[in-house]
Design a protein around this ligand. Structure first.
Ligand code: HEC
Ligand code: HEC
Ligand code: HEC
Ligand code: HEC
Ligand code: HEC
Length: 673
């Protein structure tokens, strides 16, 4: 058996890394002292903005690997200006046994790597793959790791560190081999990131005007459910209770409480009466009462689609406050409104966090039947229609700030201080008061003390970070908020989340996350990837740059038709590897699958980063130790099929790539006679 040295068993690891960051930011008041005992995943990364050789400002964070991609003219982190910068990655690299490794990099800039205090790699190049270092001895266990990088004078700044050994060819250093001890600066910098994220998530700038919404962090353009026609979609009584206190209805509500004082309940009811009067075409009513069969079919679908990744199970006492409950769906949705919502959750709210499962009308009806069967029975309260009440509600909606977040074509008469006027000393009052009583005019967000501290840390900065969009940080932030890792890495057969950014082309990833890819890559999985349209582009570019890869796939030379012929033979059973036993090729089904389905190879050219494709086919076990795809080539790069390219593995793999690039024009591989 092959020795599994520093097996890059990364499944769950990047997820664990994400979760560690997520947990740290959610419960930021936790002391980090305990962390010093045990190294944590990832490396401590210190960014420095440079003027000549002097450091102007620094920022520190934890990243999983030595991967970075900063397009020219863009800032390396939200807390530093664009321009010349340096980065230092520090921590440990571990090896399971004492052995020699070589290091090299894909790089534009200058790089110095030190292992256990000794120089290992020292290169300065422009956009190329560097020569491998001399062999570096790593001790068993942890070894001190320090890499210093400086951005280039011209072009995009990027670096991707690779290692190799006698056992394996150049590949990114295994994620589980990189660890760090926390340093005190991390707590402060993490708190600042958390504060900035809260500021956009809770839409502070909708009322306290700051930088132009389209000039920076994408969430400055975030919307809220549209008010137009709301009365046809939502019930009056539920709306009155929601407006009176959103957090009491859903602990993750972003909407603050805006009605205060002794008349709060009255005010909320008047506003709800006004909203209930805003009618559009009513949704078609559910045709007939759902039967037991329909409900049971809905329950099954609910399980198959893994709705529990973000929701509490209907009809149980399960109450994870981070998940959205269904108890109130009968109270909230007007007749027919639930089916309509399930079919297109983003219809009236582009940034909604509920993804679109592309349900059929039947599926939506079954799910709705199941959810309604377990929900609380609504009280029979109809909306007041007296003109005086509705008019009072309208006036309140115009004057309390509703229209700063929600759209409706009536004038807003609400004004408050601009962001620039909120000097740091003010961030203990108004929206950030510890004690909401007596803050008659300001919205109540009910922040935890750790959240208020984080917002204050953010307040103390120059807030220029709001105007700096760093895609990798957007992807990290939103994949946490959108709970991607609650499906990926949790359920069997789902592609591991940590692999996605380094594996897929950003163009395909954007289309796929956005729900624009017509086929299912893995038709044998019953679950489906739901669409997050408004987030797709930011996630795709961010996940790609986070892996040190460019936001646009570099053009490849046109397809080499001579190589295609060889590639086609190599894929066939006739003198080739018989890849088609597990992989469908275009309209030709896989021939002998035995529960080890591969993805249709006609999809692969548009999906995969070329470099990932090569590494995967060269040795799938290096990327997924549990993969059922065979290893065809030996560690020296030799192929058992010596008739083609003299048995050169890389040339054969490249020929298959040329064939795969034909996509839906791939002819089926040659069949056995
Ligand atoms: C619906 C509009 C609205 C939103 C959204 C909002 N605020 Fe406020 N904020 C107000 C109002 C109104 C006041 C009371 C001050 C005033 O009279 O204008 C206030 C007061 C404050 C104050 C105290 C200012 C002072 O001079 O006393 C701070 C600080 C503040 N808000 C921060 C925030 C932060 C941080 C967020 C996001 C988490 C936020 N606000 C979201 C409307 C809003
Ligand atoms: C990735 C997380 C995620 C998944 C998976 C998910 N949802 Fe949601 N869902 C949400 C969020 C977040 C909301 C709240 C949206 C809002 O109002 O801002 C929501 C809201 C809803 C609502 C409306 C509830 C309300 O109070 O407004 C329904 C109904 C719903 N989801 C059904 C489903 C069903 C059925 C599935 C499975 C097919 C599902 N969801 C899967 C995140 C998710
Ligand atoms: C700071 C932005 C903000 C302000 C101000 C605000 N809302 Fe909201 N509202 C939201 C968001 C975001 C949601 C979606 C649920 C959530 O995450 O809280 C929402 C949800 C709602 C809903 C439920 C809509 C649905 O279909 O799920 C109603 C009704 C509503 N708001 C009414 C109001 C009224 C009335 C006011 C003024 C008194 C108001 N909102 C002020 C942000 C805001
Ligand atoms: C409800 C569960 C669920 C959630 C939540 C979810 N995914 Fe997925 N995702 C899937 C499934 C299932 C697949 C595999 C689909 C297939 O191949 O047919 C998938 C596949 C993908 C793929 C393609 C990977 C590949 O190798 O083909 C990407 C990219 C992706 N998801 C990104 C995301 C992102 C980003 C998020 C969070 C914004 C997310 N997913 C949230 C279920 C989910
Ligand atoms: C025993 C079954 C089996 C055979 C034979 C096989 N593969 Fe695979 N292949 C798989 C499995 C399983 C996967 C992973 C599917 C997934 O990501 O869910 C895979 C994935 C791939 C991928 C990634 C596809 C994508 O779009 O993500 C490529 C490329 C690939 N195989 C190429 C080949 C080539 C070339 C051959 C022949 C030299 C081959 N495979 C033979 C089972 C097989």
């Amino acid at each position: 058996m092959r020795k599994r040295l520093c097996q890059p068993h990364q499944k769950g690891l990047r997820t664990a890394f994400f979760l560690a960051v997520a947990v740290a930011s959610v419960v930021f008041n936790l002391p980090t002292a305990h962390a010093a005992d045990k190294p944590e995943p990832g490396l401590v990364v210190t960014f420095a903005a440079l003027a000549g050789d002097t450091v102007k400002a620094t920022d520190v964070t934890v990243l999983p690997n030595v991967w970075l991609y900063v397009p020219v003219g863009k800032p390396p982190t939200p807390f530093l200006p664009a321009g010349k910068f340096s980065v230092e990655w520090a921590g440990f690299v571990s090896s399971e046994i004492r052995d020699n490794y070589t290091f090299q990099a894909e790089l534009n800039g200058t790089l110095k790597l030190e292992i256990n205090g000794a120089a290992a790699l020292d290169v300065s190049v422009k956009a190329t793959n560097t020569a491998p270092s001399k062999p570096v001895r790593l001790n068993k266990g942890t070894n001190a790791f320090r890499l210093h990088y400086t951005s280039p004078a011209e072009g995009d700044a990027f670096v991707r560190l690779l290692w190799s050994s006698r056992e394996f060819g150049p590949e990114p250093v295994a994620l589980n081999a990189l660890t760090h001890d926390t340093v005190p600066e991390l707590q402060k910098a993490g708190q600042l990131r958390f504060g900035r994220a809260l500021f956009v998530e809770f839409r502070c700038a909708k009322c306290h005007a700051g930088p132009a919404p389209d000039a920076g962090i994408p969430e400055l353009t975030v919307d809220a459910p549209a008010f137009e026609g709301l009365g046809s979609r939502r019930n009056y009584h539920w709306m009155a209770r929601w407006i009176a206190d959103p957090k009491s209805m859903r602990s993750t509500a972003r909407m603050p409480k805006l009605v205060h004082g002794p008349k709060a309940k009255d005010d909320a009811e008047a506003i709800a009466a006004f909203l209930a009067s805003l009618k559009s075409d009513p949704a078609p009513k559910d045709a007939k009462e759902a039967g037991a069969e329909q409900i049971e079919a809905g329950r099954k679908l609910f399980e198959t689609l893994h709705c529990i990744a973000c929701h509490n199970t209907p009809g149980t006492t399960e109450n994870d406050p981070q998940k959205v409950s269904f108890n109130h769906v009968r109270e909230k949705f007007a007749p027919g409104g639930l089916v309509k919502f399930l079919l297109k959750p983003e219809e009236d709210y582009a940034w909604i966090q509920m993804p679109n499962f592309k349900l059929t009308v039947d599926e939506a009806a079954r799910l709705a039947a199941f959810l309604e069967s377990a929900a609380d029975k609504p009280e029979d309260v109809s909306a007041p229609t007296a003109v005086a009440v509705v008019e009072r509600g309208k006036k309140l909606a115009q004057t309390t700030g509703c229209l700063n977040c929600h759209t409706l074509k009536i004038e807003s008469q609400f004004k408050t201080k601009s962001l620039a006027d909120l000097t740091p000393d003010k961030w203990r009052q108004g929206c950030l008061a510890e004690n909401a009583d007596g803050q008659a005019k300001a919205p109540q967000f009910n922040f935890a003390s750790s959240e208020r501290e984080a917002l204050r840390a953010f307040a103390a900065t120059d807030r220029a970070s709001l105007a700096r969009h760093v895609p990798a940080e957007f992807a990290e932030r939103q994949s946490r908020i959108l709970r991607c890792a609650e499906c990926h890495g949790k359920f069997e057969g789902f592609p591991p989340f940590e692999a996605i950014g380094g594996k897929l082309k950003p163009e395909w990833m954007k289309a796929f996350i956005g729900g624009e890819v017509a086929y299912k890559p893995r038709p044998w999985i019953e679950a489906r990837m739901p669409a997050f349209s408004r987030y797709a582009e930011g996630l795709a570019i961010g996940l790609t740059e986070e892996n040190g890869l460019p936001p646009r796939t570099p053009a490849e030379p046109s397809i080499d038709m001579e190589a295609v012929k060889t590639g086609r033979k190599l894929v066939s059973a006739n003198g080739g590897f018989f890849c088609a036993s597990c992989h469908a090729v275009g309209s030709m089904a896989a021939m002998q699958v035995f529960e080890s389905n591969g993805i249709n190879l006609a999809y692969t050219g548009a999906r995969l980063q070329k470099e990932h494709y090569h590494r995967w086919v060269r040795n799938p076990l290096r990327l997924d130790p549990a993969s059922k795809m065979p290893v065809y080539f030996d560690a020296e790069g030799r192929s058992p099929l010596t008739d083609y390219f003299n048995g050169d593995a890389e040339k054969q793999i490249e020929a298959i790539w040329q064939y795969i690039r034909l996509g839906d024009k791939m002819p089926p591989p040659v069949e056995p006679q």
